[in-house]
Design a protein around this ligand. Structure first.
Ligand code: URA
Length: 187
């Protein structure tokens, strides 16, 4: 068991549990508020994240920042992580073996942070966290209560950059997340 996120991140940065470590410039453990009620989980680092060692710093990350701002949040309020902590080559999706090798890190993060809401950004996160057969288009927008966590899926911000039409539903999803957070705050 880990006592702190710092200790956990140190081990993530030297992980060799799957072949992705061989191509990494930096591992990307995730970052944010260690006591966050809201945690976001993306897919894996892209080129910019691999260089920076930080999650969601490229174009998709900038959109995520704007979305957070629209629901009165900043990165300091939430925790942002990924299914895999090292960049898959050419930004391909992580394989199921890579995801399986990496998921224990995310489980340790969740145990330390104990967020109330876990938002899966896109299909890779939804399949690894909610349901292996999930499609974001089908399961998005609903809270799924499991083991004391409210799980939720919405579009990956990169999908919103590719297809503007998805933004209408994404906006509904983020308002639902904001409302759920307010509800939790009142309890
Ligand atoms: N896309 C992701 O899924 N995660 C990141 O950290 C950056 C882009």
């Amino acid at each position: 068991m880990y006592a702190s996120l710092e200790e956990l991140s140190r081990d993530i940065l030297s992980c060799t549990a799957c072949p992705l470590w061989q191509g990494r410039t930096r591992g990307v453990p995730g970052e944010g508020n260690p006591g966050a009620d809201l945690m976001f989980v993306g897919e894996g680092p892209g080129a910019e994240e691999d260089l920076a060692g930080r999650p969601f710093v490229g174009a998709a990350g900038q959109l995520l920042d704007r979305i957070l701002e629209a629901i009165d949040l900043t990165r300091d309020d939430v925790f942002i992580a990924n299914i895999v902590k090292c960049r898959p080559p050419g930004n391909r999706n992580p394989t199921s073996g890579e995801a399986e090798a990496c998921l224990p890190w995310l489980r340790h993060q969740v145990r330390l942070i104990r967020p109330r809401i876990i938002v899966c950004l896109g299909t890779v996160a939804a399949r690894n966290i909610i349901d292996p057969g999930a499609r974001v288009t089908r399961i998005r927008g609903q809270f799924i209560e499991r083991r004391g966590y409210s799980l939720f899926a919405t579009y990956h911000p990169a999908a919103l950059l590719r297809d503007e039409r998805l933004k209408v539903d994404a906006w509904k999803d983020f308002r639902a997340i904001r409302d759920k957070l307010r509800e939790i705050g009142k309890r």
